[in-house]
Each structure stands twice: as C-alpha cells, then as structure tokens.
Design a protein around this ligand. Structure first.
Ligand code: BG6
Length: 299
C-alpha cells in the first residue's frame, strides 16, 4: 500500500498505510492534525476558526515575517502580530511519496506535501505593509517515525529584506501539571511575563505552573523534549533554527481569548515553538533560508 493524499474542505489530508495522518489547512498552511499510533499530537481549540476569518488557535500556525508585535521602526512595523503567513491562503503545490519497498516492517514510507505563498498571493493590505518580493515553500513530511515541517524563504526581489520566522506549534499533552520540558538548561531567555527581562534557565527540567511566555535564545542543544510523568512524550528537533518559545496562557489569558475553548484547555496544551526570532535574518536578492522542525512522538 502507498501513502494516500486527498483534499476536502480547503485542506489536504495525507495518510500512511500505518494509519498515521496529517491534515493541513490551505489557510495559513496550518497543520491542524497529526496522528501517530492513533494519538493526536496537536491541540486545536474547539472554538478555533477554520474558515479563514482568523488565524487558527492551535495546530502549527506559521509565523512570518515578524514574531510578536513588530517594532514600529522596522520594515515589518505595519504588519499585525506574527505577520501575514498564518492568515494568508497558500497554494497547494503537490505531493511526493516515497516507498522503499523493503517489506511490511522495513519500509520507510513517507509523504511530503508542499505549500507555496508568494508576494503575488498576498492581500493588497499585506503587500502594502511589507512590499517585498518573496517566495515561501512550506514542506510537511509525514513519516512512520515522525513529522517534519520546513519553511524555505527566498528573496525574489531586487532589494534585501529582513525577517523572523517561527513554527507556533500547539502540542496536545495529557496534563500540564505532569509535563516537564528538557533541553533548555543553561539557556538564556527573555521572559515576556517579566517585562521582557533576560534570565538563565538554571533548572535543566522546566515545569509550567502559571502563565508562561519565554523566548529561549541561541540554543546549542538541537532537541527540546516534552515529558509526561517523567517519560518522553514528544521531541522537538530544531533544524537550522536556534530559538524556541515556550508558551502557555494559563487561566486568565485563556479566559480572555474568544477562540480558546474549552477554557481549561490550557491544561492539555503546551506551545514549544521553534524559530529564528532573536534579531533578524537578512536575505539578499536571490538568496534563500531554510529552517524547520522534526517532531517525534513517543508512545
Ligand atoms: C506566542 C507569543 O508565540 O504567541 C505570545 O510569545 C502570544 O506572546 C502567543 O501571546 C499567541 O499569540 P496570538 O497572536 O496567536 O494570540
């Protein structure tokens, strides 16, 4: 059996013969589901808008070309928080499947879905706010042993531009009070909850006990792991990206977000977001940048 791909309701759905599957909304090229071994790995709010009226609250929104509210004095200054990629409709560019044919258990079946967004497809509003010519290709690869999502950025214009990017992944976890995050020990972070001051992660294992919004920077170790009750649950490997945001809205912030449901959903989700958000990446005409993540789910 081969991987299968079909499209319905503005989304592309791919599955492997094993039953593992991935679902990507053309709006934002937002991955809204990744199931492995019968388990859903992404959290999506019950009140998330999937009709293109608002960025999706959950899954993997793509943040580009600015992270957070952009600085007013930067070229991205007129864009909304987290840029335009998560609320633009991307084009489906097709799939590539591979089957090694090594037999029932030895094969490495995989399927890659490619999505594109270029300056030509932007809303007039976004184009005016950020008038650069660019091409994005977002590749989502479902494998037997994990999910990889990679963003390729190309400068297709005649002048250089600067950008930030981030994959804002909402992981679905059994219980936030039993979750720990490993792989950020000794890393310097900006704590957005404490007036964006700099701190160092002293404890090698991080647990979440309240609203958390931190930007870990220049991380040497390439994998950040989410554990549940001390056991490996999900691994997040950075590819050519050095930063990671750890975010959980907790009680009050969740209450304040109209599209966050159920209100106690913060207990079942955790964002670990890989990116290049500390300063800016600069691309000269014709240059490209590629960065992304490789996710592994443990049973
Ligand atoms: C995180 C930011 O990446 O995204 C937070 O660090 C922010 O500050 C969160 O609150 C959610 O952003 P939004 O725009 O999707 O509500």
């Amino acid at each position: 059996p081969q991987p299968s791909v079909h499209s319905e309701r503005g989304r592309i759905i791919a599955s492997l013969p094993t039953g593992d599957s991935v679902e990507v909304l053309l709006y934002g090229a937002t991955v809204i589901s990744w199931k492995s071994n019968g388990r859903e790995n992404f959290w999506v709010s019950d009140a998330a808008k999937l009709d293109g009226s608002k960025p999706v609250r959950g899954g993997v929104p793509v943040v580009f070309p600015c992270f957070g509210p952009p600085p007013q004095d930067h070229a991205t200054g007129k864009l909304p928080q987290h840029g335009f990629a998560r609320n633009s409709t991307w084009e489906y560019m097709g799939e590539n499947s591979s089957e090694s044919g090594k037999g029932a258990s030895g094969g490495d079946d995989s399927v890659t879905l490619d999505f594109g967004l270029s300056s030509a497809q932007l809303s007039a509003e976004a184009k005016q706010a950020w008038p650069y010519e660019f091409g994005l290709v977002y590749s989502v690869t479902l494998r037997k042993d994990g999910l990889q999502t990679m963003l390729n950025v190309r400068n297709e214009g005649k002048e250089s531009f600067e950008f930030q990017m981030l994959l804002h992944t909402y992981f679905k976890i059994p219980d936030i009070s039993k979750a720990t995050i490993n792989g950020l020990g000794s890393v310097t972070y900006i704590d957005k909850m404490l007036n964006a001051t700099e701190h160092q992660q002293t404890n090698p294992s991080l647990s979440i006990n309240g609203e958390t919004d931190r930007v870990y920077m220049s991380i040497k170790q390439d994998t950040t792991s989410i554990l549940s009750e001390g056991r490996s649950y999900l691994d997040v490997q950075r590819d050519n990206l050095e930063d990671s945001v750890v975010w959980n809205p907790w009680i009050e912030k969740a209450k304040g977000m109209g599209d966050f449901e159920p209100k106690d959903g913060y207990k079942k989700m955790l964002c670990v977001e890989v990116g290049a958000v500390n300063g800016w990446q600069k691309l000269e005409p014709g240059e490209t940048f590629e960065g992304g993540q490789i996710l592994k789910a443990h049973l």
